[in-house]
Design a protein around this ligand. Structure first.
Ligand SMILES: *[C@@H]1O[C@H](CO)[C@@H](O)[C@H](O)[C@H]1NC(C)=O
Ligand SMILES: *[C@@H]1O[C@H](CO)[C@@H](O)[C@H](O)[C@H]1NC(C)=O
Length: 313
């Protein structure tokens, strides 16, 4: 059963990461939409990124692209629209040729009023995340225990691994729609929304892990794939007896092989030597994060999202 869950979660992540690029590259809707006349739309069409992250929903009926950034983009002030607001009552089955028939990842409906988030008490222990490749066996064993505990919870429990995977699924398969614009999906990849969503997602994931372990100071280890020493998948993820194992992962990329940060499912393996792979990985990191981040070409972040998703998995 645990494997089944992992399979669904992994499948969803892979689908989320790649399906949008594939589906929308050839979508004629991209070019007939009024927003298509702008650079942003043109870029989207070229890159095949999800056009839904650019909302035309200002009801102005003209060709101004509206990035849903809440109007905080000072440089593009006047060209940007309102925030993306999720309609929590409109969660639906993911639709599309790339999703399995029986995929359903809406979370259970809340039975009580939601509790507003408050910042943590400063007296709480400071959680320090450590890179997996230097965290040590004891620390990684603790992380494995946390995941085992999450997987052992009943599926209906919002803290279970199953429901945590569902959160990611619901926010990247179009299961949620935007308030007032049910034709617009809420998509947490391919735009500025990527970092805030995943930070919040990890924050609560980590708190659940700490609570289950009885260690409120527990911090999830992170995969430091952007330094050469960290460019292998952490060993525990390739150990078939570990709660971190997922049989659906491609064994070709398991340690001791260096990961290819530029890998895409439908592309042939590049068969680089380790030195070549490290150079290529550093190049892709530089190009995607250091060079592109903060520029008007922010939406090209799709490729960074792919890499980071591997860690979130
Ligand atoms: C694999 O994981 C199991 C369960 O956590 C552990 O007992 C075993 O030592 C691990 N094997 C290796 C080679 O690390
Ligand atoms: C890399 O090796 C695999 C397996 O031998 C092969 O299928 C693939 O075509 C190779 N890739 C390139 C770019 O030569």
């Amino acid at each position: 059963m645990a494997n089944e869950r992992c399979r669904v979660a992994l499948f969803v992540l892979i689908v989320c990461a790649f399906a949008y690029a594939a589906v929308y590259t050839s979508s004629p809707a991209v070019s007939v939409n009024p927003c298509a006349q702008t650079l942003t739309r043109a870029l989207l069409a070229v890159t095949g990124l999800d056009p839904y992250v650019v909302s035309c929903a200002a009801d102005d009926g003209v060709s101004t692209p509206l990035l849903s950034d809440g109007g905080h983009d000072k440089i593009n002030a006047g060209r940007v629209g309102g925030p993306i607001v999720t309609d929590l009552l409109q969660c639906r089955k993911p639709e599309g040729p790339d999703f399995p028939e029986d995929l359903q990842c809406c979370p259970p409906m809340p039975t009580s009023e939601p509790i507003d988030f408050t910042l943590p008490d400063p007296s709480e222990p400071l959680r320090t995340r450590r890179p997996a490749h230097v965290a040590g066996a004891e620390y990684m064993a603790k992380y494995e225990r946390a995941i085992a505990l999450m997987k052992a919870l009943p599926r209906s429990d919002p803290r279970s691994f199953y429901q945590q995977a569902h959160i990611h699924c619901a926010y990247c398969t179009g299961a949620y729609r935007q308030v007032g614009h049910p034709e617009l999906a809420v998509q947490v990849h391919f735009s500025w929304l990527f970092f805030p969503f995943h930070r919040a997602y990890l924050y609560f994931f980590e708190r659940i892990a700490g609570k289950l372990l009885g260690d409120p100071g527990f911090a999830v280890p992170f995969w430091s794939w952007d330094v050469p020493e960290g460019m292998r998948m952490p060993l525990q993820f390739a150990n078939a007896s570990s709660p971190l194992y997922d049989q659906m992962r491609n064994p070709w990329h398991a340690p001791p092989k260096l990961v290819d940060l530029d890998y895409a499912m439908d592309v042939v393996e590049n068969n680089y030597t380790d030195d070549e792979q490290i150079k290529h990985n550093l190049w892709i990191m530089y190009k995607q994060v250091h060079y592109i981040y903060g520029s008007p070409f922010l939406l090209l972040h799709a490729f960074v999202s792919l890499s980071i998703d591997r860690f979130v998995t």
